[in-house]
Design a protein around this ligand. Sequence first.
Ligand code: KAF
Ligand code: ZN
Length: 651
Amino acid sequence: MRFFMLAMALCYASARNITSNPNTRYIQGNNTDEKEAISFLLAYDREASAMCNNVMNTQWDFNTNITEATKQRMLETQLEYAKFQKDVWATATTFKWKTFRDPTIRRQFKVLSVLGRAALPEEKLKEIQQLLADMRDIYSRNRVCPYVKPPKNTSLPIRPESIKCNLALDPDLTRIMAKSKDTNELTYMWQQWHEETGRPLRSKFIRYVELSNEAARLNGFKDTGDQWRASYDIEDFNSELEELWMGLRPLYQQLHAYVRRRLHFQYGKAVPLDGPIPAHLLGNMWAQSWSNLYEATVPFPNKNSMDVTLSLKRQGYDPVRMFQLADQFFVSLGMKSVPDSFWTDSMLEKPLDREVVCHASAWDFCNGRDFRIKQCTEITMEDLTTAHHELGHIQYYMQYVNQPLAFREGANPGFHEAIGDVIALSVSTPKHMQQIGLLDSATDDPEVDINYLYSMALDKIAFLPFGFLLDQWRWKVFSGEIPFDQMNKAWWDLRLRYQGVAPPVNRSEHDFDAGAKYHVPANTPYIRYFVSFVLQFQLHKVLCEASGHVGPLHKCDIYQSREAGKLLAELLKLGSSKPWPDAIRILTRGRTSRMDPGAILEYFEPLIEWLKKQNVEEKAGWRGMNSGILIKTTWIAVLLPSITLVFARLW
Ligand code: KAF
Ligand code: ZN
């Protein structure tokens, strides 16, 4: 019956001209029959879930086995799905849904009234889908040559014929960037990766921006950036972000100054004390996480190390056991365990017999039971954290399974990214690590505390400016504020201004260095991670309180707390059925409905005090940090960190 109604509605819809520009977003029609609308939604849900399952399967097949055949099959199903979405959109927008009584029904229609990429005419839709598949393909298949030390008395590396150029980002380059201390090797690898990925992507990226903007405009948005920001659905999202960043910037500058000095001792004049840090010396291809510098820069080297990589290897951990550990933590909170099919159908290791997209991801097959992870897991502390991150996505999927398809998303995209990281904040505490046998001892010692907070800061604080700037760059490219012939210069201006890093070799507009980061060719928004890094500490604090924790926030471990699990599940079950400020209000039992950096400031406070003492002789900041921009030094920006901290303490 429901199917019949949907079919009728679709026939009617197909007759309308649905490629014309609606000019406004969230459009509606004249049909005021709310009962009919509800039946339409129910039928939609069933059919769309089946279509979605079909697309997911072909996308999975492509991502876990990149071939021309899997690519073509994926493109076909994506096209079918787009046609279906177009028909659904045409029917949904015949309803006068903004006048419906039930807010949940109105909210579902709001989702369905944005058509997305499917608004493009078929030829252009095919073109952009092909570009997206090709960009992922280029990024994932890229291989580079190994570094060969030049023989003495010559500076030119001589490459023997027999050496194969088959180094992949995962695991080869990631490992070299993490471990090597040879600046020549690091420069070589950095340059190889950036140029071999970025350059071939540049022209495809430009065409994709044009097409993507065209689709956004057909949906009534100014450009793609405008459309992406709409998923946060708040007035002046950008000012809110800027305010958050200004509150967190002092923490980053303290960490930057300390790390720069330690690297100066290690590398000499390559790292001047008043300048930006060369981007290849931070232990990571994009200088976005600095945790691999831990051993070389640890504040108190004689106290125990926080890196459990060795323990994992010694104890014979494999990827399955790493994921079991993470799954078990959710179970200890009274939350859900992954289904059996997760273990049989996921790809938790890099296969050696075929090309795959190695960048980690968590998959919902839209049928309420098939959930999988794809990760080229290495046996390291970093990948143990990523395993928790990915299982956080899966837990979200399993909790909102009873929501209609339109609401099976995070409260906002940042929430989806935050859940696994919240769990990892408990797991990585020295006490928990000792409890599960990955650390020998966890003594109560202020110096051990500083070591621990430092290891966390190399991950969490170091990431903030990168998480902030990537989409500042992309939004400006989408809006045209950054012209195509200045994309690389603008990228490095932002990298300098926010991160205080500089490229190790000269760059030009032939280069496309942003393209060397997965999310750019993969068309994945990035501001969600900045939002997540703020939210995860806010969530951690709320869950710690629910668990009855007393004492410093960085010592809290919510393991086995049913109260914390109940509160977290309550949030996840909502999916995106309510505006996210409401979700925060529910979670904080009415105390606030805003993102708040207070918890992250509170968490790191002992470390920041320590760093300030270490940096007294140092000028925090770097040459060029304020160039080309106006930093709003309003009183609020200057006072915000202290105000927030006072509130965090009172709260
Ligand atoms: C996060 C946490 C720690 C460090 C760094 C980050 C940022 C970021 C990065 O630069 O590595 N992390 C990731 O990219 C982890 C992968 C993912 O889980 O976020 C993944 C990215 C992705 C992959 C393919 C298509 C789209 C997005 N996201 C998901 O699997 C996902 C996203 C939304 C809902 C459900 C799952
Ligand atoms: Zn994620």
